[in-house]
Structures are given as structure tokens and as C-alpha cells.
Design a protein around this ligand. Structure first.
Ligand SMILES: NC(=O)c1ccc[n+]([C@@H]2O[C@H](COP(=O)([O-])OP(=O)(O)OC[C@H]3O[C@@H](n4cnc5c(N)ncnc54)[C@H](O)[C@@H]3O)[C@@H](O)[C@H]2O)c1
Length: 396
């Protein structure tokens, strides 16, 4: 099939190479000219897609990136994979989804299957996409992406794919397309069910992470190791699932998607109290980390050299979106410390460059990538570990 994928970020590029590998002809459409030029030169910007893989698809003609809206006309399938962030007051910002729908409305004259993979609340495909595209009779399906960047066990092929369509014909066509590169397709009765399943999955993680974050604080106040308690609880073979405490939540999904569910919940008169409380707990974790660092450093960090180690939001990825490291650094600076950060994968961030670990008075390990220089970390006067991986270190 001829396939256009709108948005060539983590999701769009991952799907592009998955579908190209299944023999489809892919146009990767994006508004970012620099990104499109880099992709066409065979340079991938995400961990899960190798430059060599991308270059091979370009060479065979299976993939081409473009900023030209006209190239999406005439495709059999058009996939929307654009950002769905929160606005300044933490409400859903659907402006990118609307822009993608308007792009299709303006440029696509021949009927196609239109699939939304962007994460959003139930009703988005029907009300925010299909309703904006009236001139052509397209098929519409929702298939929320579940990709976990950096996860080498679960990828596009073996992660079951949800599909819900506005019509049976849309479901049939979507199944035909995704079955070419996904092992398991799970059909649901409507796009709203697929959309809600995705945001509920991430809400489940958000709430459980908040629960262990709160528990970590209770355990510390009780003078016991929260992580030891969690490991002990996890020996129960049924009815328990282990989550790990940390400095907060980051990335495009866990800090954001639950607020999409809370938004529609409020609209239908059901207060999403778990989501609200979980947000409060997770957003307060950087302040808790800094409070513990100050207490562990004798009550003041004024004038001390602090290095925050690992600023991406999770191990072995360079993604700094919504990373709790930002708030940890800002709050350490408010305490009068001189703060640098170190991250081999990130390199440059917020106008600053990655600095050396060695020589700092205090090291705060926020995210641990493989290959971290443990000797340098341990050479710092005081180490606070948010990852639970440095034996003997203070931490959560
Ligand atoms: N990153 C993840 O782990 C992940 C996992 C599952 C689902 N999602 C969801 O998938 C969607 C996309 O996320 P992502 O991580 O790929 O985002 P991203 O920021 O990595 O990529 C989005 C891309 O869309 C482009 N873009 C923005 N507006 C556009 C437009 N009007 N037309 C064409 N391109 C446009 C941007 O330039 C960018 O390259 C979001 O809804 C997100 O919640 C993300």
C-alpha cells in the first residue's frame, strides 16, 4: 500500500520503518524541515530506528520524508502521529491533531483509510478529526500507539495492536494494513474504546507510580527501606504488581495522558480524583528529592557543587520531554547550590552542555543509563540515588 505518515517523531518514524519493512511504500510527512532533510540523508533521531535501516529503505525507494502536503494525496492509508501535549493550564492541546486533520481536508482528494495513532481522549477520531474532513468520504480508524522507546523486548511487531473504526469497512481495511507488520490485532467495538484503553493504560501507570512515590516517603519516615518493602511484597505470586519509586514522571505519556482522561471525565460530571492526586504526588517528587539531598548534606547545600546525573526521563533514551530532572536542577539552584548536569545521551539541553561528574561535592542520580561511570559517581562527597541501584547510597 501507499502510506503517508503525518508526524515523523518517536511514533511516526517507528511505524514508518515497520510498514516499510512489510513492503509498503512510505511517505513520512513532517512540518520540521531540518528533520525531513536529516531523515532523507539517512539520519534517524530516535533510538529504535538505526541509520543503516533508514538508509536501506531510502535507497530501495520504500521510504521518503517530505514537507510537501500534496504528496499525501493518492495514498491508501494516512496515519496521524502528531504531538498531543497539555496547554499552560494542563488541559489537552489538540492543535496538532487539528492541523493534521486540516492538512488532510485541504490536500487529499481521493478516499483513503485515515488512522489516528496519536494519544487522545475518547471521541477524538469522531469529533476532532473526521468532522473536520467533510469533502471526501474516507474510512476512519483509531489505533493508539503503545510504543515504548528503548524497549528491546516489546516493539511494533509483537505488541498487540488495538483497532476501533467508525465503520466495519474502516476496521477491515485497518486490520488488513496493520496485519502486515503486527503479530496480534485486537478489534474493539468503537474508536472510543480504543482511545480510552490507551489513556487508561497510562493512567494505571501514573496512579501506581504515585502510590509507590508516596509510600517511599512513608517508609523513609518510618526508618525502613521502601524498596526492600516493595521487593518483599513482590514475592506474592498473585494480586501484586511492582512499581518503582523515583524523582517524578517524564516523557510524552505518563505525565500527560491521564490529564486527557481527567478532562473528559470532568466534562461528563465525574471527577477524576485519582488522576488529580497522582499528579500532585508525582509533580511534588523533585521537591522531596531536593529536601532529602539538603538533609543528607548536613542541612544546607549553599555554595556546594552539585551534579545531576542522567537528565532524560528514563534509562537509555535521550528524550528530555517533561523530565523531572529539570525541576530537580531548578530547586537545587534555589537552595544556592552551583548545579551542573551530566548525561552522555543528551549532550546539550536547556542551553547547557553535559558536564563532568568527577569533582562535584554532591551527585544526584536521577536517571541511570548503561555505561554510567560509577567510579566517578562514587568519588563525589555525597551521592543521592533516585534509581535504587547504587548499593549503600542514600536515596529513594
Ligand atoms: N513517545 C512515545 O513513547 C509515545 C508512545 C505512545 C504514543 N505516543 C503518542 O503519539 C503521538 C506522537 O508522539 P511522538 O512521541 O511521536 O511525538 P514527537 O514529538 O516525537 O513527534 C511528533 C512529530 O510531529 C511533527 N508535527 C507536528 N505537527 C505536525 C503537523 N501538523 N504535520 C506534520 N507533522 C507535524 C513534529 O514536527 C514531530 O516531528 C502523541 O500523541 C503521543 O502521546 C507517544
Amino acid at each position: 500500500m501507499r502510506v503517508a505518515i503525518i508526524g515523523q517523531g518517536y511514533v511516526g518514524l517507528t511505524i514508518a520503518v515497520g510498514a516499510a519493512g512489510a513492503g509498503h511504500s512510505i511517505i513520512g510527512f513532517d512540518v520540521n524541515e531540518g528533520l525531513v532533510a536529516a531523515l532523507n540523508a539517512g539520519t534517524s533521531h530516535i533510538e529504535g530506528v538505526l541509520d543503516t535501516e533508514l538508509a536501506a529503505f531510502i535507497a530501495s525507494g520504500a521510504y521518503k520524508a517530505s514537507t510537501e502536503p500534496v504528496v499525501i494525496d493518492g495514498c491508501d492509508v494516512i496515519v496521524i502521529a502528531v504531538p498531543t501535549p497539555l496547554d499552560d493550564v494542563r488541559n489537552p492541546d489538540l492543535s496538532y491533531v487539528h492541523a493534521a486533520a486540516d492538512l488532510i481536508a485541504k490536500n487529499v482528494k481521493s478516499p483513503a483509510l485515515i488512522v489516528n495513532e496519536s494519544t487522545s481522549y475518547p471521541g477524538t477520531l469522531r469529533n476532532e478529526i473526521a468532522r473536520r474532513i467533510t469533502a471526501v468520504d474516507h474510512l476512519y480508524a483509531s489505533s493508539p500507539e503503545r510504543v515504548d522507546p528503548g524497549n528491546t523486548e516489546w516493539g511494533t511487531k509483537n505488541t498487540p495492536r488495538l483497532i476501533g473504526g467508525l465503520t466495519p469497512a474502516a476496521v477491515t481495511k485497518a486490520k488488513e494494513f496493520y496485519a502486515t507488520f503486527c503479530d496480534t490485532i485486537f478489534e474493539v467495538s468503537s474508536p472510543e474504546v480504543a482511545e480510552a484503553a490507551k489513556i487508561f493504560e497510562n493512567t494505571f501507570r501514573q496512579v501506581n507510580i504515585a502510590l509507590v512515590n508516596e509510600f517511599a516517603q512513608i517508609a523513609d519516615a518510618l526508618g525502613i527501606s521502601g524498596r526492600e518493602v516493595l521487593d518483599a511484597a513482590a514475592t506474592k505470586p498473585y494480586g501484586f504488581m511492582e512499581f518503582n519509586p523515583g524523582p517524578g514522571v517524564g516523557g510524552h505519556c505518563i505525565p500527560v495522558d491521564p490529564s486527557y482522561l481527567a478532562h473528559v471525565a470532568n466534562q461528563v460530571g465525574v471527577p477524576a480524583t485519582f488522576i488529580k492526586r497522582a499528579n500532585e504526588v508525582n509533580l511534588a517528587m523533585p521537591a522531596y528529592v531536593v529536601k532529602r539531598v539538603v538533609a543528607g548534606s548536613g542541612g544546607s547545600i549553599k555554595g556546594k557543587a552539585v551534579v545531576v546525573v542522567g537528565v532524560s526521563y528514563k534509562s537509555n533514551v535521550a528524550d528530555t520531554r517533561e523530565t523531572p530532572a529539570a525541576a530537580v536542577i531548578d530547586l537545587l539552584r534555589e537552595q544556592g547550590a552551583t548545579v551542573a548536569w551530566h548525561d552522555d545521551l543528551v549532550g546539550n539541553w536547556r542551553g547547557e552542555s553535559s558536564a563532568a561528574i568527577k569533582g562535584a561535592d554532591i551527585a544526584v542520580l536521577v536517571t541511570k543509563h548503561d555505561g554510567l561511570d560509577l567510579a566517578a559517581l562514587k568519588s563525589c562527597g555525597y551521592v543521592f540515588d533516585c534509581t535504587g541501584t547504587i548499593a549503600g547510597a542514600d536515596g529513594i
